[in-house]
Design a protein around this ligand. Structure first.
Ligand SMILES: Cc1ncc(COP(=O)(O)O)c(C=O)c1O
Length: 413
């Protein structure tokens, strides 16, 4: 199809007055409705007690109730003594962990990060915009690290952490990474676990947001990070985060931080100043609905069956729409909430613009990069979960038309 024909097709879409949104990586109403039983999992005064007899309506239990610590521990493959149960958002725990490190020494003999003129975080890209937003908020410099199918470019990571004492952190979404869906290989995990940073207070923020979020019956395997790190005496170098946001309710789930028992002690010392404790009734409701780990696994199958066809709809539209376009590729992950569309350099922003003018909102180009800048202007994040299947079919087709038109504008027919 030449540019004139593409323009005609695009104008037809524009005339339809569409109002579509494929920008949000959140569960659909159908998905959250599958957890209705959670709303009433604790109904009476008598039911408000944890397995140790603690009254979940009252103060106490800063690190969470035992049954929830056990469950989240199993989810991450660690024992309960590695877990602190948080509130409804793991992002909040990540923000707090960075904020604490800015204000208080992360390690004995170190100074708070805010006492440096400048500190740096390594940011595998494309990545999660809210990680980058936390860094920007605290004035932490970000350095792009290319993310491949194997994980971050470890040669680059190793050399940067080894030589610079002001490199203090690194973001990692090790499984079904947002947005590419890549899972770090065992070798990458080993190299991360065995890093020898110049900074004693270097920390890896291991955001395992998609730990159980498979989309196929052949899920990716990720080695458990604390087991790996222990082999190199690096247990303290990791803060791991997860939540039930995309298992139960994104607005009212349960989050956790996992860390070495030594770090857990340090975090609790600070946390006790910060809060009286998190919502234990919600923890109790979750542990009543998920009596064991297998119950969570069963719930993830329910999600998979709803989400998988949505990814398929877009893949099919892309296969048709981009047939013959060798310079357009996309990832096909085994899990997670997103995949990544790679367009020829210099066409991503224009594609988003054309989509918007035709009534389709997609994630802004650049959002997956520090400071909102995609150096190649080539990557788009595709988020299939929220819209209905009918909406997705139209949105995906329209997106291919917009991308092809953007390519034709820049590179000719
Ligand atoms: C990589 C990643 N981490 C964290 C979150 C947010 O998690 P929570 O709802 O627990 O704050 C998301 C949500 O999209 C995400 O993609």
């Amino acid at each position: 199809m030449n540019r004139t024909e593409l323009q005609k097709q695009y104008d037809e879409y524009k005339a339809m007055g569409l109002k579509l949104d494929m920008s949000r990586g959140k569960p659909s109403p159908e998905q959250v409705s599958t957890m209705e039983r959670l709303l009433t999992a604790v109904k009476t005064n008598e039911e408000c007690f944890s397995e140790t007899g603690g009254d979940c309506r009252n103060y106490g239990g800063l690190d969470g109730i035992n049954e929830m610590k056990r469950l989240l521990g199993e989810m991450l493959g660690v024992t309960s003594d590695h877990i602190i149960v948080g509130g409804n958002s793991s992002l909040n725990l990540m923000y707090d962990t960075v904020a604490r490190s800015m204000l208080h020494p992360v390690e004995e003999g170190c100074k708070p990060w805010s006492k440096y003129d400048q500190i740096t975080f390594l940011c595998p890209v494309p990545g999660y915009d809210r990680h980058f937003a936390i860094c920007e908020f605290f004035g932490i410099k970000m350095v792009n690290i290319p993310l491949t199918e194997e994980g971050p470019d470890m040669d680059l990571v190793e050399s940067l952490v080894a030589n610079d004492e002001t490199v203090k952190g690194m973001w990692c979404v090790p499984k079904y990474s947002n947005p590419s869906g890549f899972t770090y290989s065992a070798e990458t995990v080993r190299r991360i676990a065995s890093l020898r940073p110049a900074a004693k207070d270097f920390r890896i923020f291991w955001d395992n947001a998609y730990v159980l979020h498979d989309l196929t019956d052949t899920p990716d395997e990720l080695p458990e990070i604390f087991t790996e790190a222990e082999k190199y005496g690096n247990e303290d170098m990791f803060f791991e985060f997860a939540s039930t946001s995309k298992i139960t309710f994104p607005g009212s789930g349960i989050s956790c931080i996992a860390a070495s028992p030594r770090n857990i002690k340090r975090i609790l010392n600070a946390l006790k100043i910060q809060t009286i404790g998190h919502d234990k009734l919600n923890q109790l409701r979750h542990s009543r609905v998920f009596k064991c780990y297998d119950d969570i696994v069963a719930q993830m199958k329910v999600h998979m069956n709803i989400i998988r066809p949505k990814f398929q709809i877009i893949y099919e539209a892309f296969e048709n729409g981009f047939e013959g376009y060798d310079n357009v590729t996309w990832t096909i992950p085994n899990g997670g909430y997103f995949f990544c569309l790679s367009l020829p350099n210099g066409t991503a922003k224009r594609t988003v613009e054309l989509c918007k003018e035709a009534g389709l909102v997609v994630t802004p180009a650049g959002a997956m990069f520090p400071y909102g800048i995609d150096p190649d202007d080539s990557k788009l994040r595709i988020a299939p979960t929220f819209p209905s299947c009918d909406e997705l079919a139209i949105a995906a087709d329209l997106l291919t038309v917009c991308a092809r038109l953007a390519i034709a504008e820049k590179y000719g027919e």
